[in-house]
Design a binder for this molecule. Structure first.
Ligand SMILES: Nc1ncnc2c1ncn2[C@@H]1O[C@H](COP(=O)(O)OP(=O)(O)OP(=O)(O)O)[C@@H](O)[C@H]1O
Length: 284
């Protein structure tokens, strides 16, 4: 969040009314093969309402492929994903409508659009305006346009970009672009937000701000599933953590359990710097 902007009260989300701790996302035996390579192998994972769940694992473990299976970008070779009690079809638009939104490892904003326009694109997945309303500019179109813009501004305020409304997204600093992606995902009114390496490329201060923002999103009633290589960030943030190795679940448990599990430490041998949990002489 840009340091000059005050933290504002959170916008209201339907998810806030959900009973806490019930199973929201239930992935069963999800498998994804690319030819002879099994990138995701019989993965079971549950995310409950109101929790922050982390997904970790060395490079190539299958984390992003698993996200793609959950969000309909890939149709799993086998297995099933249930969300909010219903089986999810492997279609990204339907997944968004069901209440699951995501951000990507590589920022995917509309670079020639302003910040608010980017967020409004997210909100259109929820509006009722059809092509006729828009072409003939019927009253419903105008009313929804006004409401959508107001909601988008509310979300920009919430993520700390309230003053960036009319700036082209390509001109925003890197950390702000990541926050804008989150605002756009929030505009789809999700119950579960999936974040793929939200702090990649951030400096320590931006990382702390991202952590604080994710806590605030959870406090609005949303559940969060986050992939991240920054272990200090993950173990500080998450209620539970799942560690994938070569497409399989190696360990799942509370952040404390996973952090101290020797199998996790061993999985990172060869990349010990990735397990840097920040000792006393660490820089952040
Ligand atoms: N579209 C694809 N076609 C073929 N192989 C793929 C495809 N996508 C991913 N893979 C392979 O699947 C495996 C898992 O990749 P994935 O990107 O899911 O891992 P990851 O855990 O997200 O890694 P990283 O932390 O480096 O992002 C890798 O061996 C990768 O090369």
């Amino acid at each position: 969040m840009s340091s000059t902007e005050p933290v504002v009260d959170g916008p209201a989300f339907e998810a806030a009314a959900d009973e806490k701790g019930r199973v929201l996302l239930d992935a069963r035996a999800v498998t994804m093969r690319f030819g002879g390579l099994t990138a995701v192998n019989e993965v079971d994972l549950q995310v409950h309402t109101g929790e922050i769940m982390g997904l970790i694992g060395p490079n190539g473990a299958g984390k992003t492929t698993f996200f793609n299976c959950l969000t309909g970008l890939y149709q799993p070779t086998s297995g099933q994903v249930t969300f909010n009690g219903a089986i999810l079809p492997p279609k990204p638009r339907k997944v968004v409508k069901a209440g699951m939104a995501r951000t990507f490892q590589n920022i995917r904003l509309f670079h020639n659009m302003t910040a608010i326009e980017n967020v409004m694109v997210g909100a259109y997945s929820r509006t009722k305006t059809n092509a006729l309303d828009a072409v003939f500019r019927l009253p419903r179109h105008h009313r929804e346009e006004r409401e959508t813009r107001a909601r988008a501004q509310e979300l920009l305020d919430f993520v700390g970009l309230g003053k960036a409304t009319d700036r082209l997204s390509r001109n925003l600093p890197y950390g702000d672009q990541r926050r804008l992606e989150i605002a756009r995902a929030l505009a789809t009114e999700p119950k579960l937000l999936l974040l793929d390496e939200p702090t990649a490329g951030m400096n320590p201060q931006e990382t702390r701000q991202a952590e604080e923002l994710i806590f605030r999103i959870r406090d609005l009633g949303l559940a969060i599933l986050v992939i991240e290589h920054d272990m200090r960030f993950i173990f500080n943030l998450c209620d539970r953590v799942c560690c994938l190795v070569r497409g399989k679940v190696l360990v799942e448990g509370t952040a404390h359990e996973v952090q101290s599990d020797p199998r996790v430490i061993e999985a990172y041998i060869g990349n010990p710097e990735m397990l840097d949990l920040g000792g006393e002489d660490s820089d952040a």
